[in-house]
Design a binder for this molecule. Sequence first.
Ligand code: ATP
Length: 353
Amino acid sequence: MGTHKIAVIPGDGIGAEVIESGVKVLETLASRDTSLDFHFERFNWGSARFLDTGQMMPDDALQTLKSFDVIYFGSAGDPRVPDHISLWQLRLAICQGLDQYANYRPARLLRGLTSPLRDVTPEDVDWIIVRENSEGEYSGAGGRVHTGLPLEVATEVSIFTRTGAERIQRFAFDLAGKRPRKKLTLVTKSNAQRHGMVLWDEVFEEIRGDYPAIQTDRVLVDAMAARFVTDPASIDVVVASNLHADILSDLAAALSGSLGLAPTANLNPEREFPSMFEPIHGSAFDIVGRGIANPLGAIWSASLMLDHLGEAQAAAQIMSAIEKVAADGTALPRDLGGQASTADVTEAVCAVL
Ligand code: ATP
């Protein structure tokens, strides 16, 4: 397949620790398979750069990223920088700027791991959450006036476009069609949010006839949060707005064992721009520098990245190595109930490979 050009942005906190694990796993794979070749280029963008220069990344960052096949990202966030600055100047700037509108978030209870839910099996917890990743509640529209005065006003405007709703819902339908159970649940809050979310409902009704093989239902986000806990086996693929899916996917990750395990792909499905792969967890400053961060979310994200690059076999090898490490149980990190360090877990995955 030629050389895959990968832009590596470790970012803040434990981002650097887990991304180095993922790179090591990819290098191990390439050292065993001569048809695989990666070119990594690291970008030192993040909060340290912000504190030095006032910018998380340079002005021409998006232009630079466009020359890569994919982006491998750690996390953004540092206690010394306001969260809305670190998030908007780095991660969201990339997702919106490169129109990575489809956020793909698998959550699975791997064999050998324990869910906080009682009596569930790996078959019950096998979900994909599809998050609209370019607009909605995180469109960035709004502003503040009368700043600092008692009559100060802040607006946070959700933008829902027909194009945005339709393209993400079609992505989710296509994805559900490739899964054995072929189920898709539309999650909204269209009883209370009566404009944008009603548009989402209408678009869903208009297009679902194009996918006769898919079994569908519609659930309000609060009811869906409960259903993740009370009836996990009824869930397959879920599509929701930027905010709702953001929250539901942290819940899904926690129910599948730990936030440290969950991967994500920020996709530009048309491949007009590079897509970005990252663990869903944040910079976790409470454990930074201690060598105990769980690297499996970052390693799983590397597997999603290989799939996107057309390296299905190599992607499956990484996934199967993660599954073996989970099932074996001797090299589990602390958040999954073990004692292994980041380096130990990485070594265990590489040893399986
Ligand atoms: P951010 O604002 O960047 O999202 P955060 O600290 O609010 O950061 P997370 O970084 O997602 O949120 O962390 C939430 C909790 O989960 C923390 O206690 C953190 O230590 C734990 N955690 C997150 N990721 C991991 C990981 N990879 N390994 C172990 N624990 C993790």
